[in-house]
Design a protein around this ligand. Structure first.
Ligand code: G3P
Ligand code: CA
Length: 350
């Protein structure tokens, strides 16, 4: 598709964004500035805020004692020292731990070990954050408050988390008692799960919502049922890149479901030019974005970090991007941060 055609669709998408109160194009800091600091921790969220991202993205889970926290994985193994601190529960989900137990974990040192070129002594012992603490970070400058883009993660594990989230947002003044987004605040709710989207719509009908898209079990019906193990693909990125919706109708059905629940956007995956662990199915092909726009929804794609991929997404008609590198995306969109990410981290005390 010619670039000019994609741009021709932009004004109506911009109008959709304005109506929904969503910046266009949107910069969504995926788990914070997670390329440069440990994901979902204080330095990552402070840096994303201070760079000027539109939204801090987070994965919402709930502790055994009912506290809402931000954590991506199903277990604590990859990004904490759970294996040494609680070896008998190393494979257990967040819901098996109290907040005090999670607080004792070091969620920063893994980053320093994995990325020595980006390591900072201040990242060691970074803590898992509560939603309250991320709200405090976003609230720092009420004149320029950063938005929150909140995913209900593994919601089947957390019955009632949608209602808990609503109560918290009202208590913190982010929603009015009537359930509307409070003036001066930006919040988007996101989920991969149809059932959770229905619950979010029931609890918070007036808050912008996004249905995340994926191809596979529980998501869009795939063209092929061949598993990664059966596929012979060299890595997961190559396997995902070959995964396609079974049909245009299979894709369209998910957009229709999102619309029927009052969602303002879909959140499709993208395949990355360089591959890697966050390279998934290409669900941002121009026809997919045109179909979504034609149904009156925006497209926010995950998770892109490279200008080559930013440009492909823009040409394809994407309206906002989840990125681990908010500094790079802000520059690409012509809104460069006043300071480098390194300077921001230093100013924030890291
Ligand atoms: O929330 C959408 C985006 O974050 C991609 O999914 O797995 O990184 O939470 P994930
Ligand atoms: Ca997420």
């Amino acid at each position: 598709m010619a670039a000019g055609h994609a741009w021709a669709a932009a004004p109506s998408a911009q109008a959709l964004a304005t109506k929904a109160g969503i910046p266009y194009p949107a910069v969504i800091a995926h788990r914070g500035a997670s390329h440069d600091a440990p994901e979902s921790t204080r330095p990552a969220y402070m840096a994303a805020r201070d760079l000027g991202a539109d939204y801090l993205e987070l994965d919402l889970q709930r502790t055994r004692d009912g506290q809402l926290v931000a954590f991506h994985d199903d277990t604590l193994l990859r990004t904490t020292d759970v294996a040494t601190r609680y070896p008998e529960r190393r494979d257990r989900p967040i819901s098996d731990f109290s907040l005090a137990e999670l607080r004792a974990l070091d969620a920063g040192s893994w980053f320093n070990a994995s990325y020595p070129d980006r390591a900072r002594p201040g990242f060691a012992n970074a803590r898992i954050l509560t939603l309250d603490e991320i709200i405090d970070i976003a609230d720092a400058d009420p004149e320029h408050r950063t938005g929150l883009y909140i995913e209900t993660k593994v919601p089947n594990l957390y019955p009632g988390i949608e209602a808990d989230l609503k109560a918290k947002l009202i208590r913190r003044g982010w929603l009015t008692p009537e359930g509307e987004v409070a003036p001066g605040h930006r919040v988007v709710l996101q989920t991969f799960e149809k059932a959770s989207l229905q619950l979010l719509a029931k609890e918070m009908p007036k808050v912008p919502k996004v249905l995340l898209l994926w191809v596979g079990e529980g998501s869009i019906e795939p063209e092929s049922k061949v598993t990664f193990a059966q596929s012979g693909a060299k890595d997961k990125a190559a396997y995902y890149a070959a995964q396609r919706p079974a049909s245009k109708e299979a894709f369209s059905q998910w957009v229709d479901f999102a619309k029927a629940q009052g969602a303002v956007a879909t959140g499709p995956s993208a395949a990355l030019t360089a591959g890697g662990e966050q390279s998934y199915m290409d669900l941002i092909q121009p026809w997919m974005n045109q179909l979504t726009h034609a149904k009156g929804l925006l497209v926010h794609a995950y998770t892109l970090d490279d200008p080559v991929d930013f440009d492909k997404a823009r040409q394809a008609g994407v309206d906002g991007i989840f990125t681990n590198r908010a500094d790079q995306l802000l520059r690409f969109y012509g809104r460069p941060a006043a300071k480098s990410v390194q300077a921001v981290l230093e100013a924030d005390g890291y």
